[in-house]
Design a protein around this ligand. Sequence first.
Ligand code: SF4
Length: 431
Amino acid sequence: MSTTKYYLWTVGCQMNKADSEKLAAGFDRLGLKATDRIERADIVVLNTCSVRQHAEDRAYSKLGRIRDLKKQKPDLKVAVMGCMVGLKTDELEKRFPQVDVFARPQQFGPIMELVEGPHEDLGGEFWPSTYAIPEGPAAYVPIVHGCNKFCTYCIVPYRRGREKSRPMDEIVREVNYLARNGVREVTLLGQTVEAYGHDLESQPDLGDLMREVSAIERIARIRFLTSYPKDMTHRILEAVAELPKVMECFSLPVQAGSGAVLESMRRGYTVGEYREKIAEVRKLMPGAGITTDIIVGYPGETEADFEETCALLEELRFDKVHVAAYSPRPGTIAWRKMPDDVPPGEKARRLHRVEAIEARISQEINDTYVGTVQEILIEGIRGEQAFGRTRTGKLVHLDIPARVGSLINASIVHAGPFSLRGVEPNALDLV
Ligand code: SF4
């Protein structure tokens, strides 16, 4: 009998990627084989995202292709998982009868039933000892699932449920496994990563977890994503500053620079509080890398509100700004209660203005790296060039041979808005 092949397609955030890696590890454990050719697959899983319309449209187009495929291959099994599943499942079932199973994020059980037959749900983390097989020296490790914040525009709490932390010993076991399999850098993941631990009995915080992970010898670097300003306590920041293996690199979404818009979004902080948080980070860790997220064209965002966002970006000078035009997500508070009243052309204009500010400031910040020596973890080789990241998260291309997984020092000789170029490494810690 030929081996069952699976095709796994993923869009969306790092959490989705981590879920897919775990599912793939589960399939591999059962003896299935991955294929990147959908027409060769016996099982197709689409891990979807509904944070933006564009991501949903990509899944719809994939489902159209699968409809044709299933006509030629009626035994093909199809599962759709991720954030598109939830509110509109009935509608999806009617529209896409070719799908055998719809599963919410991390609801691996029904997908495994497609493969194994009836499956007993034992509760808790699915297959707690099945870990993704690392593909390089850097890996993602989810530590807290879900979100309790209910920002008005966001679908995540409805699809991923409430915050649920993984026990610390389980995470440490997973990082040990990754370290034994060549991983040198882990990124601890949560939708609001500093929420880690508040629901566990002994109430550890992210700083406590970072200390435990730091003690794992082969792990050289620890990153963490995504931060939520109100959960980011002084105690956690002190741990980041104090622990040499924890990178001084923050992803701290502000979303808007207008107090009125932030309040309408129910983000839970004021512009002033956000400013203070950034000041606290920079006081403890001057030179820390800080990126942010911005939504333009949120319902009711006036020109004056938007100008406040631009002014905040000029003032706080982020290393990178991820900007998106608002699109209403069915099921959210904003979708239910707020008219999407900023015209598409105006949203596009605001988006481009933020991109222009971002490109200029990123270039100016990157220019300050030229002439400095930076510690870089080599993550891969492309052609003749190695590439990796600085402690602050800057992508660096290196004109030298270097081994993947090595930690090196490199002199930065050139800066662009998106990456740096380095030469003359001195091996610090070759593996
Ligand atoms: S903090 Fe807000 S934007 Fe972030 S995942 Fe939670 S609800 Fe969504």
